[in-house]
Design a protein around this ligand. Sequence first.
Ligand code: ATP
Ligand code: MG
Length: 494
Amino acid sequence: MLDFCLPDMTGLEFLDELQQQKLEMPLPVIMLTGQGDERVAVQAMKRGVQDYLVKQYLQPDTLQLTVRNAIQQSLLQKQFSKIQHQQQLAAAIALRIRQSLHREQILQTAVSEVQQLLLCDRVVVYQVDEKVSELYLTKLCETGLTSYTDPIAKFTSFLRKNYQSSIEEIGGATTFRKAKASIILSENRKKNQQAYLVVPLVLNNQGESTKVWGLLVACLGSNQRQWQTDEIEIFNQLARQLEIAIQQAEQFRQALEVSETQKQLNAFKSQFVSTVSHEYRTPLASILAAASTLKQHGDTLDEAKNQQFLQLIEDKARQMSQLVDDLLIIEKFEFGKAKFTPLPFELLQFFADIIEEQRQTLSDRHRLIFKITGNTKGFWGDHKLLRQILVNLLSNAIKYSPDQGNIEVHLMGNDSHIIFEVKDEGIGIPIAEQEHLFQTFSRGSNVGTIPGTGLGLAIVKACVELHGGEISLESQEDQGTKVTVYLQKKLASE
Ligand code: ATP
Ligand code: MG
């Protein structure tokens, strides 16, 4: 209550000084004026007093009412400026969250900023993983007190109840958001209980469907206040900003991936062109030479010589045709066009047939041995791909044992897997080069004049991977090589 007449200044001067003080929260003031002094009252109101009273008409009930109004007004103003202040902070935070295009950074900024703004104990981001109608939560990022054990089961049941029923049945995340934007767990908490504020993060999948991507969780410690409505409001707003930022990061990552595969494909294409031209030139030159000799001197050469040239033409043409086949297969894998069609397999017959086929290419200084152990029944696989694997491994074993030696194929089986080894006693592979040999066009430095393009093992590896299997290679120079392939009998999805 401020009178106009004060011993050392006027009430208006006092108000001016009060304004100079720049208090964070202005004090509620009621001005007392004399009768007929409306002018003073107006000026006081302009300086921010809540109300004025005329002394001569002062009654207890008007006094009471005026004081009550002034206090109420001041409280409202206080609340309003707090919200305004928080809104400003939230807008600044939103900007900071959305400044990055990297998910980890976005999440880190979000959790620490939210924690500072809401002054809470802990902020966490969980990612939702959905497997066969079960929900799993993985913690991606946290800040504050990390000693708390979050009630994960409550989070998932909240998601299951709200997200699964509203998104899938009612349709659309908007319904879901309106229906239940956030929850407070343990609202009527007992002593020693934390209060959790949980908001789902909902993402758009290329504008088609929406899905709950994760949860933003904030937590107040056991002996603290409850969550306030304005805090919940702000928390929700920040969650929406976080959604946008995560979505942008995801799109950015996808764009990067596309440009990365594009680069790989371009590199592959130029490699492709140079290898094809290089690998074609040698056999083509032989074919041309043989053909022109036959054309010019065919009638004067004896029958055996003629046959020799024709054989050479046939062999070289076959080699070129094999190269084209391999390149076409590799191209399919590189461009993700390869098909995988698993069917039940009669493995023993299959192996025996291919081994017999390869035996034709052997000299009599080689021995090809086929061993079988364990249970090889019940295998599902793709015939074409498995043929590629075995033919390539066997032909390598034979080709890279130029002098002599044993070549051994060992087929093994247990309840869940089949394993097969192809072992030779040939030239081996220098240790340092072994890890690169599964890449296209790479060959060992010790191959000498043995022909090849470096595609076989790349094809083998791609075929093994389509089966969800694994391949390993052990080798020592001049000692020999052993390649082992592990395949599951049945893929999990079947
Ligand atoms: P392609 O199979 O395309 O006709 P390639 O045999 O050279 O040509 P890969 O089968 O991919 O190509 O093998 C790559 C390289 O790995 C070979 O060039 C060779 O150096 C080495 N290599 C593969 N298998 C063996 C083996 N059994 N013994 C020794 N070296 C091998
Ligand atoms: Mg090969």
